[in-house]
Design a protein around this ligand. Structure first.
Ligand SMILES: [Zn+2]
Length: 155
């Protein structure tokens, strides 16, 4: 008996393919993108074999290109992700997500007494302490945020 062929995912005409997502994080990525929605067709592949990563997830979003703020959020959940922009079935742009040393205005500090959680008009600000697993420190109250704390905000 022949081995079943690998299931091929239909190519998209216009939109974004997010590849090399950390395995099992596809649903967090959808949450970041506010998907699924009525407008965008979404295809998800989870735990796909990857020579680079062992296993990975892939998300294809038809009819939507990502905003830089969304890409910054994806970097927190899937630091190896690549963003492919597809127009008329061709990949016209390919980029890696990048995590800068500071994460501003994206995450909420877990410390309820932190100045960023009061009525003061202060935007949250974290420094990256460690890249893998990701660990951040609040600039104001020095509370450490672990990888799990970060993921909780995108569930
Ligand atoms: Zn804080």
């Amino acid at each position: 008996m022949k081995a079943p062929k690998e299931l091929k995912v239909k190519p998209i005409r216009n939109g974004t393919v997010i590849d090399h997502i950390t395995a099992n994080k596809a649903l967090n990525v959808l949450k970041i993108l506010g998907l699924p929605s009525k407008e965008a067709a979404v295809t998800i592949a989870m735990n796909v074999k990857s020579s680079l990563m062992g296993k990975k997830d892939i998300v294809k979003v038809e009819g939507r290109e990502l905003e830089s703020r969304e890409v910054d959020k994806i970097a927190l959940i899937a630091p190896k992700a690549t963003i492919n922009i597809v127009r008329d079935y061709e990949i016209v742009g390919k980029s890696k997500v990048t995590l800068s040393n500071h994460v501003n205005g994206i995450l909420k500090c877990p410390n309820p007494n932190c100045i960023t959680n009061t009525n003061e008009p202060v935007t949250s600000k974290f420094s990256v302490m460690d890249m893998g697993p990701l660990m951040l420190r609040c600039y104001y109250c020095e509370r450490i945020m672990s990888n799990q704390d970060i993921e909780k905000q995108f569930k």
